[in-house]
Design a protein around this ligand. Sequence first.
Ligand code: ADP
Ligand code: MG
Length: 248
Amino acid sequence: MADALAKYLSENGNVEGELLELLAFNEKMAELGRMAAGVVHELNTPLSVIVSATQMILREEDLSESVREMVERVNEEAHRLAEMTKGVLSFARRDWAGRAEADVNQVAGEVMTFLRFEARKRAILVIEDLDFRLPFIAADANRVKQVIINLVMNALQAMGEDGTLLLRTAQETESTVTVQVSDTGPGIPPAVQEQIFTPFFTTKDLGDGTGLGLFITRRLMEEIGGTIAVTSVVGEGTTFTLTFPVTE
Ligand SMILES: Nc1ncnc2c1ncn2[C@@H]1O[C@H](COP(=O)(O)OP(=O)(O)O)[C@@H](O)[C@H]1O
Ligand SMILES: [Mg+2]
């Protein structure tokens, strides 16, 4: 976000009042992110204690059926939370200079462990249609993760409550892999579609949206050497398609 903003500012001159406010807000969010990463990090240790302690209890032979079920449940939930904290931590790290090679299905899976809770809270059905024979893509996993999170968050926000989110990966050509994020939200009218990649364009209330998500997403896709496209039907839903180059 900071990089994209810096570039935008250097290309567009002076800082307007609204922009300054957004920069300050961005700082606040970044600070919140650091705090959250700290809290999540602290959660890791007790969670792994719970996971291993419950595993040990489950090795006992003379547990009653109801106790075994409860302990299994605690073990599964703690395990799930531990996985989630890992997702949050790797997202917060922003180590973008990583290996420029990613397994897009793995990234999609990590994004969904991270956002499944949000979807469930909104009673949104998540369908994953992943092609597991895909070649690696030539992109840094953390960037890809950021891009997919932006699209999935937009889809969840567009649907609000109820609806279906479809996440699909496929090999498009010999040298390209696509990731599609589809929703059954309100759709985007053609006139609005022209504006959605413009920095600070948002239809959301102040505080809900910065209007930077898709701008940054497109910038990241350009850096990767891929593309982003949108198709949408008002009243039916929206599909964003990311096209990535595969590794040589
Ligand atoms: N899946 C979607 N369905 C409907 N509208 C969308 C969707 N994704 C993006 N939009 C529209 O594009 C705008 C810009 O999105 P984005 O750049 O992510 O900014 P923000 O989410 O902060 O508003 C949104 O405010 C919304 O109007
Ligand atoms: Mg957004």
